[in-house]
Design a protein around this ligand. Structure first.
Ligand code: ADP
Length: 638
């Protein structure tokens, strides 16, 4: 039984045939977007005839409109474009030559629709129609309504939307914007079309004659035109449709001539064509060339699509609008408020806001954000200040409470310290009494006794004074004070306690006075705390080692106070936790003394540290800085 061949077998056995088949398939696929495979329709052909020069701005714009509209209507359209080059070339012979040329050129591929752009192109196509594709429909583009009106009825397959060449509206607008103008200058040329325009302009001149005096500059050499417009003043307004040929036979495009006139003129210049915008002309009522092209292209597209010319319901005229060059509005001081709504404004420099909108929004946002941030920071700073002052308050309260606690511990020794002079006073008083009773009292002895009483009294009151100073609740001070004196006050206060504990308490101070700025009582409190801790550490130490010694040294940078004992010392494990709040190794300890001490020392810009060698007791070192004299906190030798 014959085996059916697979595609793979076939490709292997007949590679050339397979290649050809795939090539055809690929071509079909490529053309599939345009037409069904195997029946690709040939493109429709549109011939566009422009009446004049290829590079005229108006032609460029119309061409753009035509091709874009045709492209939208039917993608498979082939457009051929020809330029009749009027008025450079004209006359019967020229027309006959061009007709023959076009007929022969497009004989093999005749157009399906002809688009004519401009009055003369329409004229040409109608005249040559019998010899040139007689049955092909014609679409006219950019033909003035006045031109159509002057012609006999068009055949039914010649269609299009004419534009209104509204010179009158442009001149009226110009006179409205320049109410003080007393002269209207009208400029035209000498070519055929120029003469048509001249006729229209003359009719308008008659219309405005009563309002302003009209000066016609028709068919003059361009040099004369430019000289005349340069001499005009602010009382004049110029209107020109431009010209193709001047009085000396020089050829121009209308927009070229308009540019020359506008540049030379000392009065504002108006014109009726969109292509004039940007040449220096203020503006005028115009139909857009591109819109004309689009209209023509879309009509041609509809005809190609099979619609009958008679079935097209077309508008009677192209809409026109007032076009202005905004730079000229500003240059001639025209009130922007007098520019009517719906005006097509060109060349308006975007405002600051339009140009920098994003940047401006970003700057404003950044500013707002910054202000917000600043406010938040201020609020935060205020909160921190409040928190700081409440913290200071608490520290102050705590320090005071800690002093009271120390005083509590010292009660016994202080009572002893006061009792001693009181007892001495008592016994001295008794001795004096006895002397007086015996009658043997000599004034010298009594004087000595009284001196002793006074000394003891002073001693007792001195203890009380120091105690009161320590315990009084006072505001924190920042005043210079004598550090030597502070050290000896502390020793005096704690002497009795040291004696009670059988401890030798001593201090070594330098001969020079060391002055520190700060709170004397706070520094005193720190020292008392360190000494009390040192005395606690000596509790189980043999008598020969029961010493606590203080030393004070001044240096260039500050002052150093050391409190040294030969007690139990501090283990390496405890050393780092020593200044933490509530760290204590004592049975009845609170663990706040050293933490408060560090806070107070640091508030003075100083440092506090502890060191301890095994079995060698502990040494606490306080360093207070020497600040510049005159600053709020300084340490100095005076
Ligand atoms: P407290 O005296 O209430 O315990 P402190 O903050 O004054 O609180 O002291 C914390 C701890 O530091 C003490 O419990 C003790 O263990 C240790 N300490 C302080 N000074 C000395 C010292 N001179 N020798 C040994 N240990 C000390």
């Amino acid at each position: 039984m014959a085996r059916r061949r697979s595609v793979r077998d076939w490709v292997v056995l007949r590679p050339r045939a397979a290649r050809r088949a795939f090539g055809a398939l690929w071509l079909c696929l490529m053309l599939a977007g345009a037409a069904p495979c195997g029946a690709a329709a040939p493109p429709r052909h549109v011939l566009v005839l422009f009446e004049n020069n290829r590079l005229l701005p108006g032609n460029v714009l119309r061409d753009r409109g035509i091709t874009s509209a045709l492209g939208e209507a039917n993608r498979n359209t082939d457009v051929s474009t020809e330029f009749l080059d009027y008025p450079r070339f004209s006359g019967e012979a020229y027309v006959a030559t061009v007709t023959r040329f076009l007929r022969e050129k497009y004989a093999a591929r005749p157009p399906d629709v002809i688009i004519v752009a401009g009055d003369n192109a329409l004229d040409f196509a109608l005249g040559a129609r019998a010899d040139l594709f007689p049955s092909v429909p014609i679409v006219h583009v950019g033909v003035a309504r006045s031109f159509l009106a002057s012609r006999t009825q068009l055949p039914p397959d010649v269609v299009g939307v004419p534009f209104e060449q509204d010179f009158a509206a442009t001149i009226d607008q110009a006179l409205k914007w320049h109410p003080r103008a007393t002269r209207l200058v009208l400029i035209t040329g000498t070519a055929g079309r120029d003469r048509v325009w001249e006729g229209e302009v003359r009719q308008l001149a008659a219309r405005v004659e009563g309002r302003v005096s009209v000066e016609m500059l028709e068919g003059r050499p361009v040099d004369e035109v430019l000289r005349r417009v340069a001499e005009l003043g602010p009382d004049a307004v110029v209107f020109t449709p431009g010209f193709f040929r001047d009085g000396a036979g020089n050829l121009f495009t209308p927009s070229e001539s308009a540019r020359l006139i506008a540049q030379a003129s000392t009065a504002p210049v108006y014109g009726p064509f969109v292509s004039f915008l940007g040449t220096g002309v203020v503006g005028g009522w115009m139909a857009s060339f591109e819109a004309m092209g689009r209209e023509g292209g879309s009509i041609a597209g509809r005809l190609l699509g099979g619609e009958a010319p008679s079935a097209l319901h077309l508008p009677s005229v192209m809409p026109s609008a007032l076009y202005v060059d905004w730079r000229q509005i500003e240059r001639w001081g025209i009130d922007p408020g007098a520019v009517p709504a719906g005006t097509v404004v060109q060349f308006r420099a975007p405002s600051f806001w339009q140009t920098y909108r994003t940047e401006a929004i970003a700057v404003v946002l950044a500013f707002l954000l910054q202000s917000l941030l600043m406010t938040a920071l201020l609020v935060e700073r205020n909160r921190r200040r409040l928190a700081q002052s409440s913290l200071d308050r608490h520290r102050f309260e705590l320090a005071h409470a800690s002093r009271l606690a120390v005083a509590g511990e010292l009660t016994g020794s202080i009572a002893h310290e006061i009792n001693q002079p009181l007892a001495a006073i008592l016994s001295n008083a008794a001795a004096a009494e006895m002397l007086l009773q015996s009658g043997a009292a000599r004034p010298g002895d009594l004087k000595d006794i009284l001196a002793d009483i006074r000394r003891d009294d002073l001693r007792a009151s001195e203890v009380i004074r120091r105690l009161r100073a320590l315990l009084a609740k006072h505001e924190v001070e920042r005043q210079p004070f004598d550090l030597n004196e502070t050290v000896s006050d502390v020793i005096t206060l704690l002497n009795a306690e040291a004696r009670r504990r059988r401890i030798v308490l001593g201090a070594r101070t330098p001969a020079e006075t060391i002055t520190v700025v700060g709170d004397r009582i706070q520094v005193q409190q720190v020292l008392i705390n360190l000494i009390m801790n040192a005395m606690d550490a000596l509790a189980d130490t043999p008598d020969e080692h029961r010493t606590v010694s203080l030393s004070l040294e001044g240096s260039h940078a500050g002052a150093t106070i050391r409190v040294r004992d030969r007690g139990v010392g501090i283990t390496a494990e405890h050393l780092p936790k020593l200044f933490d709040s509530f760290f204590t190794t004592k049975r009845k300890g609170i663990g706040l003394g050293l933490s408060i001490a560090r806070t107070l020392v640091e508030a003075h810009g100083g440092t506090i540290a502890a060191e301890s060698g095994p079995g060698d007791g502990a040494t606490f070192t306080i360093w207070l800085p020497r600040a510049a004299p005159g600053s709020s906190a300084w340490v100095g030798a005076a």
